[in-house]
Design a protein around this ligand. Structure first.
Ligand SMILES: NC(=O)c1ccc[n+]([C@@H]2O[C@H](COP(=O)([O-])OP(=O)(O)OC[C@H]3O[C@@H](n4cnc5c(N)ncnc54)[C@H](OP(=O)(O)O)[C@@H]3O)[C@@H](O)[C@H]2O)c1
Length: 287
């Protein structure tokens, strides 16, 4: 299979390229196309010539203060980038049969104590709205006979990404619960996120939303305790919710809201996790 990948230079994209290139030919798309790669832009249709499948990961990072300009970039990079992609898929002579589009479990908003799966409705808030608009753009590709899978990615752990920020804090013994620590988290190792994208690309029977999270969500205080334990450090310094809101603004909702998400599609589809539990995920992260 010849697979085009946008956001290939990112945290998930790098892992995906490594896994995919063992079995498939890959073409990297980037805003700064270099050696053999192709151009990705929110203002120009990508060149999809010769591709069978497209995996769309591109998007402005959600880290940093959510100023109005940052929020616009978070939304536009996903919505407009995907719109340009679908315009290319609509062209006569398009050879791409499958689009696997990234989304996020932010789609469900703050789930509180409720468990949600792919059949659950969208929630409210900025990220939930961005995810809905992003998915709606991707779904338009179905009008052109393209199989569309929307992978709702959970809290991704690995050697890069958020762990690059969290691990040094915990290693210094400065870790602690966020807010009350009772909020649910739905995590997943980056190797399984990449694995889930590839699984969706390779299996023609898969369509619709797919939650990329481990089978058991965990509370924030459990994550704190296990990570501190694995690093042999104390973790007594809680980050109070009011202080987080003050410093992080609306971004704090990402860390303080509950996300109790189940991966029904991966489970029923027989996806085999490399790291199926929080313990397995943390062991792999700290190796
Ligand atoms: N990591 C997570 O925990 C997580 C959780 C849920 C969902 N996701 C979603 O999964 C996707 C990949 O995540 P990631 O962690 O790999 O992200 P990442 O490391 O930030 O990489 C994203 C890639 O998107 C491209 N990009 C960055 N800003 C852009 C902009 N303004 N316009 C267009 N393209 C831009 C970049 O590629 P070039 O510079 O080469 O163009 C970058 O390598 C994202 O869409 C993200 O929303 C991630």
């Amino acid at each position: 299979m010849k697979i085009g990948i946008s956001g290939a230079s990112g945290f998930i994209g790098s892992e995906l390229c490594e896994q995919a290139s063992k079995r498939h030919e890959i073409v990297r798309f980037s805003r700064r196309a270099r050696g053999g790669g192709r151009l990705w832009s929110v203002s120009k249709k990508p060149d999809l010539e010769g591709l069978d499948t497209f995996i769309n990961l591109a998007g402005e990072s959600i880290m940093g203060l959510w100023t109005p300009a940052k929020r616009r970039r978070i939304a536009d990079s996903r919505v407009m980038g995907t719109r340009r992609l679908v315009e290319a898929l609509a062209e006569k002579g398009n050879t791409v049969k499958t689009l696997v589009n990234a989304s996020a479990i932010g789609f469900y908003g703050d789930t509180g104590e409720n468990e949600v799966d792919e059949a659950s409705p969208a929630g409210s808030g900025f990220l939930a709205e961005v995810c809905q608009r992003w998915e709606a753009e991707a779904l338009k590709a179905e009008e052109y006979g393209v199989r569309v899978v929307r992978v709702r990615v959970g809290f991704v752990l690995g050697k890069g990404g958020a762990m690059k920020l969290i691990k040094p804090v915990f290693s210094l013994g400065l870790g602690g619960n966020l807010g009350s620590g009772r909020q649910w988290m739905s995590g997943v190792h980056v190797e399984d996120v990449a694995g889930a994208f590839l699984w969706a690309a390779e299996n023609d029977g898969v369509a619709g939303p797919v939650n990329a999270v481990i089978p058991e969500p965990f509370r924030n205080h459990e994550f704190t305790r296990r990570l501190a334990h694995a690093l042999h450090r104390p973790a007594f310094l809680p980050a109070p919710a009011f202080a987080m809101r003050l410093v992080l603004g609306r971004l704090s909702s990402l860390l303080l809201d509950s996300s109790r998400v189940l991966p029904r599609a991966l489970k029923e589809g027989g996806y085999r996790y490399r790291h199926p539990s929080l313990t397995n995920v943390l062991i792999r992260c700290l190796e």
